[in-house]
Design a protein around this ligand. Sequence first.
Ligand SMILES: Nc1ncnc2c1ncn2[C@@H]1O[C@H](COP(=O)(O)OP(=O)(O)O)[C@@H](O)[C@H]1O
Ligand SMILES: [Mg+2]
Length: 279
Amino acid sequence: MNETIFSIKDASKAFKDPRHGTSVAALEHLSLDIRRGEFVSVIGPSGSGKTTLLYLLAGFLTPDSGEVLYNGTPVSGPAPERTVIFQEYGLFPWKTALGNVEFPLKARGIPAQARLSAAREFISMVHLSGFEDKYPHQLSGGMKQRVGIARALACQPEAVLMDEPFAALDNITRELLQEEILRLWSGLGKTFVLVTHHLEEAIFMSRRIIVMSARPGRVKESVVIDLPEPRTAETKTHPRFVELKSRLMRSLREEVEKTIAAGREPGLVNDMGTIKVSR
Ligand SMILES: Nc1ncnc2c1ncn2[C@@H]1O[C@H](COP(=O)(O)OP(=O)(O)O)[C@@H](O)[C@H]1O
Ligand SMILES: [Mg+2]
């Protein structure tokens, strides 16, 4: 369980801003190790490079300098074993729920009959049996994200990378899906990395939280979330939860304030631990 699955070594990443002919340093000298089977969340102010960090792990981006290793080998592009769940679901609108979940199985060359039964199984794992033949536009946001999760699992991933996967959902649906994801994580024993704006969500779900500094993003601190297991509805009222929340809130606030002081991204951290950004 202690073996490293992802290792980022001194990675920097800048983006060109074509409007101003300048370059924005998104990540600078960032180093981070993630162990196999961990559930890690990444929190930080808006623009601190959280998505950039996740995309380096996914292989959508490569660092300008430094290294991103997956099982000791440099990441050179996306791969199904490092699957990503997006906020916008990313479903094919012309395919049914089942068709969407079948897609990665088809891409892996699994024969039709086996594919169908595997897809049905993944659909049932996210409690969507009976909705196999619905198209995305016939499903609620929460159901669409369940299809997104089922499709990600159909990739047989070693690591599931999530970028604000619940941000578009109402609170109840969000909480249900948090619990669902935790159930899948503990059942599957895979590595989960979650990028979220939502501090309570990060604490509830994670075994470790990475706090990003204001831009350019680095790891400000890595905090072990030593809450009793399993995590349940009571977890959020546990004294240790409250303690961790105020400690992390302070850390996050410092970085948000630096971002504001630098004249970028005006924002504040509200009582829910959500960073509000008004543009
Ligand atoms: N494709 C891109 N082109 C130009 N700038 C980008 C691009 N992606 C990210 N950035 C910039 O890099 C910084 C970090 O972005 P991002 O990783 O999306 O932060 P976060 O997810 O923490 O909000 C931001 O200033 C953002 O504007
Ligand atoms: Mg982002």
